[in-house]
Design a binder for this molecule. Structure first.
Ligand code: PLP
Length: 368
């Protein structure tokens, strides 16, 4: 029996053995700066471009459409901050589900004259109709994440994309569709041809912290920082080659079989808590298998502490930031779960979980 049963994998995952090995090997074998003009530099540059090709193959996109960043927050920041440069501010639509990495740009955009409108996700889902109702001739960007980090709900990106493309044609102006895909990677199908920009984070898929990807279908944006012009000038600064190699390895390890096993775990838990005081907030068919949002009879933080006493680690919301509790509650209130907002916990699975973990989780949840 393990002492700790870790169910906060939507916050972060443990780096895999293969990704860690890639990291250390990269540090030792490719010490050159990819921008250097001598052989060691060229070798590092070749490795970097090989990683981009391999990552592009996993994501079914072109290598030139990928920018390595320090994480999803930075990937999103490049897209959102670019709006601040616009000569004529327009309108931005942000779903009520968005992670702070997107939502926190709203005050700055408003300050610069942008009209920022929240598109409410009823019961955790943004409907194409709700999105369509808000798009105007002034809309320049729509941000709807692929899978909610708080609730696990899978958005209908295809239907939402159709709305965006139709409205673009109607108004004769491009609208950027940003899909924060951090929680979808390796868990649900991804079709990046439907969106204009997408963000990914290595540490959510058993890669290292501090590495991410920005997918940009076409065109150029303004960088967040300025410097040596690396990553097409979009993410200047010496590349985190070891992190990028380790992330690439983690991407190649993603396996549908693991996603199926994770789904079977969350189904098993859903079944086992039927009739108990703990309830699933969203039906299984609307959710990614790796996130199970539950309401408990207790305030979230008390429930989290009680579970911790039994060695079961869950979060009281989207615990990827130090003020996550309030933010997670705000997302729930704005997305149709006001009544559950104060007593929700998020259980999130990964391929590292096993039957022993699931037994401990079920036993702990039934004890409420
Ligand atoms: N977007 C979502 C949906 C997330 O769950 C996270 C996790 O924290 C982020 C963005 C930020 O990712 P990162 O830690 O790579 O900046």
């Amino acid at each position: 029996m393990k002492d700790i049963h870790y169910f906060d994998n939507a916050a972060t995952t443990r780096i895999s053995a293969a990704a860690l090995e890639s990291y250390t090997k990269s540090c030792l074998n490719h010490p050159g700066n990819p921008s250097a003009a001598y052989r060691l530099g060229h070798e590092a540059k070749d490795v970097l471009e090989d990683c981009r090709r391999r990552a592009a193959a996993v994501l079914s996109v072109q290598p030139g459409q990928l920018v390595f960043t320090s994480g999803a927050t930075e990937s999103i920041g490049i897209v959102m901050s670019s709006l601040l440069w616009a000569k004529a501010p327009g309108q931005v639509l942000i779903s009520s589900l968005e992670h702070e990495a997107v939502a926190a740009w709203a005050p700055m955009l408003k300050e610069k004259g942008w009209d920022v409108v929240t598109v409410r996700a009823k019961k955790g889902l943004v409907s194409p109709e709700a999105l369509e109702a808000e798009i105007t001739a002034k809309t320049r960007l729509v941000a709807v994440m692929a899978v909610s980090n708080s609730l696990g709900t899978i958005q209908d990106t295809k239907a939402l994309s159709e709305v965006v493309r139709r409205k673009e044609a109607e108004y004769g102006r491009p609208i950027t569709f940003l899909s924060d895909s951090v929680q979808a990677l390796g868990k649900t199908g991804l079709d990046l041809s439907l969106v204009d920009a997408a963000s990914f984070s290595a540490h959510k898929v058993h890669g290292p912290r501090g590495v991410g990807l920005l997918y940009l279908k076409k065109g150029q944006l303004q960088p967040l920082s300025h410097g040596g012009g690396q990553e097409r000038g979009l993410r200047p600064g010496t590349e985190n080659l070891a992190g990028i190699e380790a992330f690439t390895t983690a991407l190649e390890e993603l396996d549908e079989e693991d996603a199926r096993r994770i789904r079977s775990y969350s189904d098993e838990v859903r079944e086992a808590i039927k009739g108990s005081k703990v309830k699933a907030l969203v039906p299984a068919d609307q959710c990614s298998g790796h996130i199970l949002a539950l309401s408990t009879p207790l305030p979230s933080e008390v429930a989290v502490r009680m579970l911790q006493d039994r060695g079961v680690l869950v979060s009281s919301g989207s615990a990827c930031s130090n003020n996550a509790r309030g933010k997670a509650e705000a997302v729930l209130r704005a997305s149709g779960f006001a009544e559950a907002a104060g007593n929700m916990i998020r259980v999130s699975f990964s391929r590292d979980n096993d039957e022993d973990d699931i037994r401990a989780l079920i036993e702990a949840l039934r004890s409420f």
